[in-house]
Design a protein around this ligand. Structure first.
Ligand SMILES: *[C@@H]1O[C@H](CO)[C@@H](O)[C@H](O)[C@H]1NC(C)=O
Ligand SMILES: *[C@@H]1O[C@H](CO)[C@@H](O)[C@H](O)[C@H]1NC(C)=O
Ligand SMILES: *[C@@H]1O[C@H](CO)[C@@H](O)[C@H](O)[C@H]1NC(C)=O
Ligand SMILES: *[C@@H]1O[C@H](CO)[C@@H](O)[C@H](O)[C@H]1NC(C)=O
Length: 729
């Protein structure tokens, strides 16, 4: 497979080889990394884009780390000892320049020549990076030489110097693998004679090395044309090597989304192409086996559509296992239907049912086990509110080849998404400076972020190793927080991609399953999904300027407005409520208690649908009114009477001629003339004009109180339902 990204790589390699061959033969770069972590890959990439990958010697790769847990305590003597070994051949070389950096939390921001050139201006034999805090012995503070401006204390995550001097430093005393490397170098530096002998200096003002911990406020991400760079505004320098020491890893990750050619304003994300693969449409065998794990932990609106979108993913089903966790009895029937219809197409389906009484945390662990059992290559974890509208979503995520990668999903019209750009000190949500731009797709790319949830692909290799497997139960954190926390603790990067539109989130916040057809009530919380399910597919055609609205009778307009699904669900809601009025003039629901032209009906406020209905009038009916009756504006429309009428021969089969107390009236047909009932329709007496071939989901709109005296025609068989509003009485 020759892909664009391989060309890009080749290009950078060649560039590196050419530019470095002439000059820096005398420079070697060392780092220590026992595992090819995400941070390590980022480090290597930054060397590649800066043209000196070939100069880098990685020590310890594949070896067991013996340096202690440098996360929480001291450690790192292991690094010194590995380095010492490798440097022996150059122990007497007074000219060769050696650059040492940490490997997991460092990004190169410039070419090696620029680094060396800058080093030469210091007049030092060995130059260490400097940081804000005196670590690990705070008590050593006073022994440091004072500095006018700049950071005072040595940091051992980056230094550069001549081979012979560095070798002398490394061999000046013994230390064991578990000892602290920074203490080791610090003691030598604080020994004045030793320091002067080897001309040891610190890079106080980040002319080469920028340590982020204690220095975050000193730096700003800036762009020069298409190139991102880091400006140290405290010392007016442009650092060449960036180190996310101590508790600054997340800041490093955020900056790493841009620096070292990771992203440019013009071309968008450049780091997306690294490692990307192309899944050949024709070759099913090229697709890695994925287990899609569906988690249905809470009642969720628009679940049918959710399942349908999973089913429609353009990924060969012979390469997909399904794992479905359902903890909501309300949804059991739907899940059963889905499984019965489609399970046989997948490689396998495993279900956990509400009656299994398994907690979500256990189910998630169980999904991991099951994925490994099925020899999956990746696990797509997806919560029931995550809608993958893009049929290629799964395929694109797999092609991205990251350990953990989430598609960006946002609640429509909101800033609520499935990632966080930054964290507060105590680990909760904070808005990053680029959050809104990412959420609104003004910046597209692949973003390394501290928190993803709802939907993500995890590479099985992370699950398969106890040291890297995400955890869903950390202390009293919830499932999503635990997941993200555990990954952060292990320095496993979580990416969110908005390279393309992947889908959206529905909001389950106000989903009341005690209602009949609760989705129909979701117009406020989930307008986009609501509209897709319930607004007629040709609704927008009503506004096509090349079309004249249909008028079956003078000033009676006829528009497609809702789907037949809507009409069916609305009838079900009313019939489930069942308290049809008795058709007499006495109506306690009205303020006067008297109805002049009574029908058998149920009002929307009796089924708690009134606010939704009024919003429907405002959003979907009012624009049609403005189209039909030019010059009349009333926003929002007012309507006190919104009701479904039921006509049937044995109850009330027709309605005598009358005026409506409205400026205009809408009348939506809810079932089928000639099939569900016979007869029926509406006759406008002044024009001797009847509309009898009404269509479900189509709305009649006519003036109310003067010209359009009308009657409900006789229903001779079956039941006819219509939905009426008297707008602007
Ligand atoms: C690092 O590599 C070692 C040796 O290959 C392996 O045993 C260990 O699990 C790896 N650790 C991580 C965090 O991947
Ligand atoms: C998981 O990673 C391995 C190698 O690291 C890769 O070959 C495989 O395609 C990845 N699987 C997925 C689903 O991305
Ligand atoms: C929408 O309009 C198209 C074109 O006139 C028609 O084929 C289609 O059936 C209409 N959709 C519905 C739901 O009536
Ligand atoms: C009304 O129209 C019907 C047929 O459309 C016709 O039979 C009838 O005579 C008309 N009535 C009047 C009063 O014009």
């Amino acid at each position: 497979m020759t892909t664009l990204l391989q060309f890009v790589f080749l290009f950078y390699f060649l560039l590196g080889a050419v530019s470095s061959a002439e000059k820096d033969d005398d420079v070697l770069v060392f780092t220590v990394a026992t595992n090819e972590t995400d941070g390590y890959k980022r480090y290597i990439r930054s060397a590649v884009v800066n043209g000196f990958r070939d100069k880098i010697h990685v020590l310890g790769l594949g070896e067991t780390w013996k340096g202690g847990d440098v996360h929480r305590t001291v450690g790192g003597g292991f690094k010194v000892n590995l380095f010492k070994e490798q440097l022996r051949p150059y122990k007497d070389d007074k000219d060769k320049i050696i650059l040492f950096t940490d490997g997991y939390d460092v990004i190169f921001l410039s070419s090696l020549e620029a680094i060396v050139e800058k080093f030469r201006t210091f007049g030092a034999r060995v130059l260490f990076s400097a940081e804000e805090y005196c670590w690990p012995d705070k008590s050593a503070e006073s022994r440091y030489p004072s500095v006018g401006r700049g950071k005072r204390y040595l940091n051992s995550g980056g230094f550069i110097g001549y081979a012979s001097d560095i070798y002398a430093i490394l061999t000046s005393s013994k230390l064991s693998d578990g000892d602290d490397d920074q203490r080791f170098y610090t003691e030598l530096y604080l020994d004045r004679d030793f320091r002067e002998k080897h001309q040891m200096k610190l890079d106080h003002r980040s002319e080469i090395f920028q340590n982020l911990f204690g220095g975050v406020a000193d730096v700003e991400l800036r762009f020069k044309g298409n190139d991102a760079y880091l400006q140290n505004v405290a010392y007016n320098t442009v650092p060449l090597i960036l180190h996310g020491n101590g508790r600054s890893k997340l800041v490093l990750n955020a900056l790493g989304n841009y620096l070292a050619n990771a992203w440019s304003p013009e071309e968008g994300c450049l780091n997306c192409w690294d490692e990307m693969i192309e899944l050949d449409k024709a070759k099913v065998e090229n697709y890695p086996v994925i287990m899609i794990s569906i988690f249905l932990a809470n009642p969720t609106p628009f679940l049918e559509e959710f399942l349908e979108k999973i089913y429609k993913q353009a990924y060969p089903k012979s390469k997909l296992h399904l794992f479905i966790y359902n903890n909501v009895p309300y949804h059991s029937e739907l899940i059963n239907e889905f499984v019965e219809s489609y399970a046989h197409e997948y490689k396998s389906v495993k279900q956990i049912l509400p009656q299994d009484d398994i907690s979500e945390v256990r189910a998630r662990d169980f999904a991991f086990e099951h994925c490994l059992l099925k020899k999956c290559s990746g696990l797509l974890s997806i919560d029931s509110e995550a809608h993958l509208d893009n049929q290629n979503a799964l395929k694109l995520l797999v092609e991205q080849q990251r350990g953990i990668v989430a598609p960006l999903l946002v609640r429509p019209y909101k800033a609520w998404s499935n990632f966080w750009g930054a964290l507060t000190d105590d680990g909760f949500y904070a808005r990053s400076s680029d959050y809104m731009e990412i959420v609104q797709n003004e910046r597209r790319g692949l973003w390394n972020v501290p928190f993803v949830s709802n939907c993500y692909l995890i590479n099985a290799s992370l699950i398969n190793n106890k040291e890297t497997r995400p955890s869903y139960s950390v202390g009293d954190l919830d499932v999503s927080m635990s997941f993200a926390y555990s990954n952060r603790e292990k320095d496993i990067f979580m990416y969110v991609s908005n390279r393309v539109e992947f889908g959206h989130l529905v909001s389950p916040d106000n989903f009341d399953t005690k209602l009949t057809n609760p989705d129909l009530y979701q117009i406020f919380d989930n307008k986009l999904d609501w509209q897709k399910r319930y607004i007629h597919e040709n609704y927008t055609e009503n506004f096509n300027p090349n079309k004249t609205p249909i008028q079956p009778c003078p000033d009676v307009f006829w528009f497609p407005i809702v789907t037949t699904r809507f009409t069916k669900e609305l009838i079900e809601i009313m019939e489930a409520f069942g308290q049809w009025s008795d058709g007499t003039n006495s109506d306690p629901r009205l303020s006067g208690g008297y109805e002049n032209v009574p029908t058998r009906d149920i009002h929307t406020n009796q089924v708690n649908l009134e606010p939704q209905w009024l919003y429907f009038l405002k959003e979907y009916v009012r624009p049609l009114q403005e189209l039909a009756f030019t010059g009349y504006f009333h926003d929002p429309p007012r309507s006190l009477m919104n009701f479904m009428v039921r006509y049937r021969p044995d109850e009330q089969p027709s309605l005598r001629p009358h005026h409506d107390s409205s400026t205009y009236t809408i009348n939506i047909a809810l079932n089928r003339a000639g099939i569900d009932y016979e007869g029926g329709g509406c006759r406008f007496i002044r024009y001797n004009c009847s509309v009898t071939d009404t269509k479900p989901g189509w709305m009649l709109m006519h003036p109310g109180r003067l010209t359009h005296y009308h009657e409900g025609l006789l229903v001779t068989k079956g039941t006819r339902y219509i939905m009426i509003s008297f707008v602007d009485p």
